[in-house]
Design a protein around this ligand. Sequence first.
Ligand SMILES: [Zn+2]
Ligand SMILES: [Zn+2]
Length: 389
Amino acid sequence: MAIENWVGKELETLTAFRRDLHQNPELLYDTVRTAATVAEALRAAGVDEVVEGIGRTGVVGVIHGHSNKSGRMIGLRADMDALPINEATGKPWASKVPGKMHACGHDGHTTMLLGAAKHLAQSRAFDGTVIVIFQPAEEGGAGARAMIEDGLFTRWPCNEVYGMHNRPGMPVGEFTIAPGPIMGSVDEVRITIEGRGGHAAKPNETIDPLPVAATIIQSVQTIASRTIDPMDNAVVSLCTMQAGNAFNVIPQTAEITGTVRALREEVRDQVEARLKSLVENIASGFGATGKVDYIRHYPVTVNHERETDLAAQAAQEVAGVDRVDLEMAPVLGGEDFSFMLNEVPGAMINIGNGPSAGLHHPEYDFDDDVIGWGCSYWTTLVRQRLPAA
Ligand SMILES: [Zn+2]
Ligand SMILES: [Zn+2]
């Protein structure tokens, strides 16, 4: 129970690696430098095969154990992309790129998986194959899906896949996980209301889209409160409204955008159907037309039960039974590891990042003290899931 011994001699290098990534953040699929840095480090570590360009800028490393009697393969995944935020940490390793920063700790995720890959390539003390997956575009670009569509799991048919995210507010050296839905689906809603524009002094000759929009905004509040089972979860947040550009002109159209979150696919379907029905019928009641573009971004992140237990066992071996919370409360934020969990059994665990600012905050920073815990979790998980034959 504790950080594994091998981490000690690597910690300085890994910390420098993390801070270099932090200084050079890249967004979405533009993780060109990050991917090249990762690929180079994997090759230098003696990883058997390093494949770049999976899902545009994704990187896959293949590490064979001493033996392969089991024929088993497990995937470990990290994300590499940053966010369009101006960093305000004032740290010596703060972002060198204005308007971009690693505010979700993906620099730390990448570093921890790289550290584990280095150790696994050196020790080889397992039976089977480990695939390390470094994906781009977690923050809204569905990089995980891009890698899957590019043949990730057909080229490397993993038996299990695991992910990890840091959690601010939870002490360093602690983990939390739970089976079932742990993060929400993420959908985008675009509502277009088409009326008839005209002179503001002659509203009777127009179909004013603004009262239609106002009624829609009020009415969608009843979806979560009146339509969805109170024991389920749903959020409908309408966040922008655009209409008109002059004080004396009734505009032709109004546009509303927002997001829908849910923890079950059935609830997601229900919200979509109800939203469309409300918008279309309210608009037609006013003599206008209403249309909903409902764009599905990320599915619900659902941890598989067996693999959740297995991930928890690895975390418990590293951190101790008392420092692994097995009842992680679900949140309605989204995570594109959900696409991988829909293909291959697996689980995502959260690792404590201490009392840092929250994720996506300009003062957030990944705590380098977490690196040792995350590396130890990965290598312990491999030792347990692919025991040496
Ligand atoms: Zn994020
Ligand atoms: Zn993240």
